[in-house]
Design a protein around this ligand. Sequence first.
Ligand code: UT7
Length: 326
Amino acid sequence: MKAVIAGLGHALPERVATNDDLASMGVDTTDEWIIQRTGIRERRLSQGDNETVCALATRAAQEALAEAQVAPDEIDLIVLATISGDFVWPASACQVQDRIGAKNSGAFDVSAACAGFVHALDISAAMIESGRAKTILTIGADTLSRQVNWKDRTTCILFGDGAGAALLRASEDNSRGIMQSVLRADGSGAPNLLIAHGGSRHPKDGPEDEAGYIYQNGREVYKFAITAMPDACSKVLEKAGLTSDDVKLFVPHQANIRIIEAAAERLNIPMSRVFTNVHKYGNTSGASVPLALYEAQRAGRIQTGDLVLTVGFGGGLVWGANLIRW
Ligand code: UT7
């Protein structure tokens, strides 16, 4: 039994903020600096209750269900990768369950930051392969623009909001679906990318508490990323007995074009076989990989039978990759 992607969906906030818009909002930056260091030209910023993680995830889920022609009551499980859910708890996945009317489903969130969807996809595939579930809604959604420190120009320019969803179905055709995954963690790197206050160990000391917003040591995370991404990709290819030449499309986490280019070079994958949309959305965290898969498929860059390699990395530190035979 394998888990095949039968439908994809996405949702984006309406408001587009260009790099110049951020400068006008008072961020001490320039369009030139952001493009040169990250490749980001604009991002979507969520506003109000209709563009929260639950709201965006619900819209993405409904589109994936429609494409797969699956009714909500057929869903066995909803796995939502997010680190910016509507509440501290309960899980946002439960809100999605209620909003779409998935009355026969379980639901939980996965906390693996920007590698969240890669983790969620592996968990979902394992549930299907073991026979415990037949139909799973796997979602990545984040609104990190609500958690950045707008006074910290080194991080606030990086993040944007969105959601992407995949409807997975059990298939007896073992030549297709989620073929292999690799998941890794190194908790010693937590201080390089985190929100330190607001958890149970140290509550947030009001809106002026800078440790209640995202902190990132950009250089350390950069160094980690350019090693972790090719490492996870090489390991997953090795597990499957394949090489990077077999990969039709490389769909990496969209954090920074320089990181993507460095990873592709180390893997010997030309940029013509790499999907990027970081220029339009910035780093959408858990939504990044499913949004990229959605756009790549809609643009005709993924066909049935193609081998697709996804990879993510982020706060934890965590990283991981999936190999998908479409
Ligand atoms: O999914 C989570 C993953 N996170 C990431 O992928 C982030 C990984 N790290 C990076 O992508 C890069 O480290 C950044 C894009 C965050 C920063 O690029 P960098 O080349 O490492 O720049 P830097 O932090 O070394 O800063 C260089 C200069 C500094 O000025 P001085 O000290 O040289 O005078 C910064 O103050 O650029 C300055 N700077 C800025 N200038 C204009 C930092 N942020 C900005 C800004 N606008 N937004």
